[in-house]
Design a protein around this ligand. Structure first.
Ligand code: FE
Ligand code: ZN
Ligand code: FE
Ligand code: FE
Length: 209
């Protein structure tokens, strides 16, 4: 390994992110469909489109560097996506599901922010300010996506916390609508049919197939 150069390391990390972004575009549609909040769903949809642009941007970077695009399995993203998927499956109801989706998505964004921040710095060190600038564009998008998710967490998570407290503490309040049903369901058949099944053990997405 002594023959490896800093430039090799840089290419490896570019390929790692190329693989990561491709895996993220495969995972996001499921999160878009599973999200109960329409705002969350459309934010994720928007980021899916951005992610497709980020893959094109990586193609452009490989081109700028005179290298052919390649993938190197990003074990971190494989792990984060698998973990996010179990988190969503275990969530049970719509509000907790959205909290789980936000948590999973923010972990991915933070990983991407760390990776692109490093890549941008490395590009500068390698004297490629042109590539650093292209990487900065993606870094800005990841940062915006993270901020959007924080904003959504700020409005959605208190409802998730409240509805779980209600279930544990006031089981006797039979006459009142459960908090979960007071949320506007998305006008899709999937969310309509699962909106009240807090006792159902089947994950929401199992209906989609
Ligand atoms: Fe990305
Ligand atoms: Zn990675
Ligand atoms: Fe990685
Ligand atoms: Fe992202």
């Amino acid at each position: 390994m002594a023959t490896r150069t800093f430039e090799n390391l840089f290419y490896d990390q570019l390929k790692d992110m190329y693989d990561a972004e491709k895996r993220i575009t495969k995972a996001l549609p499921k999160m878009v469909r599973s999200a109960h909040s329409e705002d969350l769903s459309s934010a994720l949809q928007e980021h899916l489109e951005q992610t497709e642009g980020q893959i094109e941007r990586l193609d452009q970077i490989f081109d700028q560097l005179g290298q052919s695009p390649g993938r190197k399995t990003c074990q971190a993203i494989v792990g984060l996506l698998a973990e996010g998927e179990s988190l969503m499956e275990e969530a049970g109801d719509a509000l907790l599901g959205d909290a789980a989706i936000i948590a999973a998505a923010q972990k991915v964004e933070h990983y991407e922010i760390a990776s692109y921040g490093t890549l941008r710095e490395w590009a500068r060190l390698l004297g490629r300010d042109d590539v650093a600038e292209t990487l900065q564009e993606t870094l800005d998008e990841e940062g915006e996506a993270d901020k959007t998710l924080s904003r959504l967490a700020g409005s959605l998570n208190p409802q998730a916390a409240e509805s779980s407290n209600g279930e544990e503490e006031d089981e006797m309040e039979g006459g009142e609508e459960p908090t979960v049903s007071s949320r506007e369901p998305r006008p899709s058949s999937a969310s309509a049919s699962r909106s009240r099944s807090s006792t159902s053990t089947s994950p929401a997405r199992s209906r989609k197939h």
